[in-house]
Design a binder for this molecule. Structure first.
Ligand code: AMP
Length: 301
């Protein structure tokens, strides 16, 4: 497993694979790797013979009051975990080389960041889209794997790829969870033992709302209100708890299209996010004109 820090070297390697017609699968991460990341790496291996894992705690996606400084970093531990997985190369660039003096270009999207996490984290998705575009240019992937735990991020990247005609296929990977349901996250390391015991309630609440809605509950607003109350009683400071259109992220009260229940909440100083599909795309079928974004439940067999 090659460890590359230099941008020029990464480009050179990527060019050489590209000229030989070898597929390259990229897994972008911020390190402090856990089983969720490793599942993405295993998925990447199914899509291309060359697998590149990038490890970079991207400063431009963190707000001035956010946790860039204290974000967990453990390159040695990460390399040990990736060692047995057959990764071709780990790309761990330095901040000074990614963003040298004078850097000022950013990818900005208009609509998607106006929702959910974008509201409390201004500039976050622009920072994500910018670094991912840079990583795509440097690593030249034919496929890139992203986790559905960060659902809004997946939509941002898919939009980036479509809007800028990038030659990379985005693969979505399901959220990997602890046995008690908590979505794995590098930030879970911040939780105190008491908070860690409470943390799975976030996903439990999303499941409850999903089950109520799928079970036929029609008062969606009430289900959300009760879910929020439940989380607050457990000690969460809820930033948002919503049912949203899976494509636009607009809140929806009609379960007539692909949609999911999404949440962001703080436990002490730790911000947790999670989501659960209520109605998946494959459970719906478009009605009428194929350009029309109108869906109906697909009748269950
Ligand atoms: P991060 O290191 O947090 O930036 O995450 C890197 C990639 O791993 C992103 O595509 C995340 O969505 C994905 N990821 C993080 N946690 C999980 C998880 N629990 N399950 C699946 N994917 C994850």
């Amino acid at each position: 497993m090659d460890i590359i820090h230099s941008l020029a070297r990464m480009k050179e390697r990527a060019r050489s694979w590209q000229s030989q017609g070898v597929g390259i699968a990229l897994v972008p991460t911020m390190g402090a790797l856990h089983e969720g990341h490793l599942a993405l790496v295993r998925e990447a291996k199914r899509h291309a013979p060359v697998v590149v894992v990038s490890i970079f705690v991207n400063p431009i996606q963190f707000g001035p009051k956010e946790d860039w400084n204290r974000y967990p970093r453990d390159l040695e531990g990460d390399l040990r975990k990736l060692g047995p997985l057959g990764v071709t190369c780990v790309f761990a660039p330095k901040v000074q080389e990614m963003y040298p003096e004078g850097f000022e270009t950013r990818v900005v999207q208009e609509r998607l960041p106006e929702h959910l996490c974008g509201l409390s984290r201004p500039g976050h998705f622009s920072g994500v889209a910018t670094v991912v575009l840079k990583l795509f240019h440097l690593c030249k992937p034919t496929v890139a794997v992203f986790g559905l735990k960060d659902y809004q991020q997946v939509l941002v990247i898919e939009r980036l790829v479509r809007d800028l005609d990038l030659d990379v296929r985005i693969v979505r990977h399901p959220t990997v969870r602890e046995p008690d349901g908590l979505a794995m996250s590098s930030r879970n390391a911040y939780l105190t033992p008491t908070e860690r015991r409470v943390a799975p309630e976030l996903y439990a609440t999303l499941r409850l709302i999903r089950d109520q809605v799928r079970g036929g509950a029609t008062d969606i607003a009430h289900a959300i209100k009760e879910g929020r109350k439940r989380l607050e009683q457990d000690g969460f400071a809820v930033e948002y708890l919503e049912i949203v259109d899976a494509r636009t992220l607009d809140p929806t009260r009609e379960i007539d299209r692909p949609c999911l229940v999404v949440a962001a909440a703080r436990l002490g100083s730790t911000r947790l996010i999670d989501n659960e599909f209520i109605l998946r795309e494959e459970e719906c079928h478009p009605v009428g004109d194929s350009n029309e974004e109108v869906f109906r439940w697909k009748p269950h067999p």
